[in-house]
Write a protein of this length. Structure first.
Length: 168
């Protein structure tokens, strides 16, 4: 089976200023070790909330990995993010109960309203839109969370209204 790479390294955004000094102490702990790449990337993401390209370039320069290897791991595991998260996350449930209640239409409407796709952050940094497998409130399907608040029995219109009301 062939797995197509979804992203080219040169397409990874570099337009976020970061303090590279924050990654130096983390990288120092992994020098000379061949294992522990995932743990290393998790620590870097804990600091920055995502994996900034300059941080990965620093890891490439300091450790025995190529940038391609680092991005292969970072794009394989869903836990890693390549751009900063927004102030609030909007989690859209794509679990079975929500799927049969037409959550895809709700997702499309929200995506069009915010002008971002799944996993992306609005240009103002306010929202990150992400699909999740189950929010644990299947009787409210289709459901979503904005920040820490849960909203259920959604349709296209109510979903947008909840976002508008949350913005105020
Ligand atoms: S399937 Fe959507 S909340 Fe469980």
């Amino acid at each position: 089976m062939r797995i197509k790479r979804l992203i080219k390294i040169e397409e990874i955004p570099l337009n976020y200023a970061i303090d590279i000094a924050l990654v130096k102490a983390i990288v120092a702990k992994y020098k000379g070790k061949k294992e522990g790449l995932i743990a290393l990337l998790q620590e870097v993401q804990t600091v920055y909330t995502y994996l900034p390209k300059p941080a990965l370039q620093f890891i490439e320069a300091e450790l025995n990995y190529t940038l391609g290897e680092l991005y292969a791991v970072a794009t394989f595991y869903a836990q890693f993010k390549l751009s900063p998260s927004g102030k609030y996350s909007i989690k859209i449930c794509k679990g079975t109960a929500c799927h049969v209640q037409n959550v895809n239409a709700v997702m499309d409407e929200i995506s069009a309203y915010l002008k971002v796709g799944d996993g992306e952050t609005t240009p103002d940094g306010k929202y990150t839109l992400e699909s999740v497998s189950c929010l644990g409130c299947c009787s409210l399907a289709p459901a979503m969370m904005i920040g820490e608040e849960t909203f259920g029995k959604l349709n296209r219109e109510t979903a947008i209204n909840h976002i508008k009301n949350f913005e105020q």
